[in-house]
Design a protein around this ligand. Sequence first.
Ligand code: NAD
Length: 261
Amino acid sequence: MTLQNKVALVTGSTSGIGLGVARALAAQGADVMLNGFGDANEIEALRKKMAEEFSVTVLYDGADLMKPERVAAIVKRTQEELGSLDILVNNAGIQYVAAIEEFPDAQWDAVLALNLSAVFHGMKAAIPGMKSRRWGRIINIASAHGLVASANKVAYVAAKHGVIGATKVAAIELANDGVTVNAICPGWVLTPLVEGQLVARAKEAGTDVSTEAAKLLQEKQPMLKFTTPEAIGAMAVFLCSNDAQTITGSAISIDGGWVAQ
Ligand code: NAD
């Protein structure tokens, strides 16, 4: 185990990629602060299971990270109740799909608030403690859509491109403070976020979810298979390792060749 005595905050970790990353960090001995929405009993069950399975402390805070003050507060709570914040994984994100001329202003604001502004507020709150301990890892979950665009996803694509820019700035600012900052750029990962898009597509096309899943992959990814949350978690663990201490400011694709095209 490589992350004993480290504390991680993984935003949006009640499902999908965030849950995969939180479990991977806990498996390496990190204490974890979970965050995200969902059924209270289900969240408590997964919190308890993670703590028991990996013999680490796991706490949960259901902060709505669209609110800047809640981002600062969850960082503070993590430091106070788990003793530190060494690994920040900015993962919470939402999607909204519409052409620009039909894109609701409120959805633009919401996607930007969570997918981009919360990353800024999280880094701002976490950096002083990491600098003072001269060790830190910030991992921002961007997307293939941080590097290339698709139609009908203006807020998401703009936010994810912004996340990669913010990652680079933080990496430069912290280059000699023992803190690395990187973005992971997944292609398609089969999570509730993508399942929602598949259901909507199937309804519109009069098909089913598995037909739309195959079409989704064909449209974007040379490799016709989904990445797993576990694979994203494994990359996060590597970025926290000593071998990764000079990897900073990178946007690391895990995308079945999506952005190679
Ligand atoms: P998901 O919907 O399974 O999980 C999103 C998480 O964010 C959940 O825990 C949810 O409760 C939480 N969340 C939503 N709104 C929140 C808020 N206001 N405050 C706090 N938490 C909130 O989605 P996912 O696919 O696991 O996505 C996770 C991240 O990965 C997102 O940033 C997404 O953009 C990115 N991503 C996903 C894919 C993919 O194919 N699934 C690809 C590239 C990037």
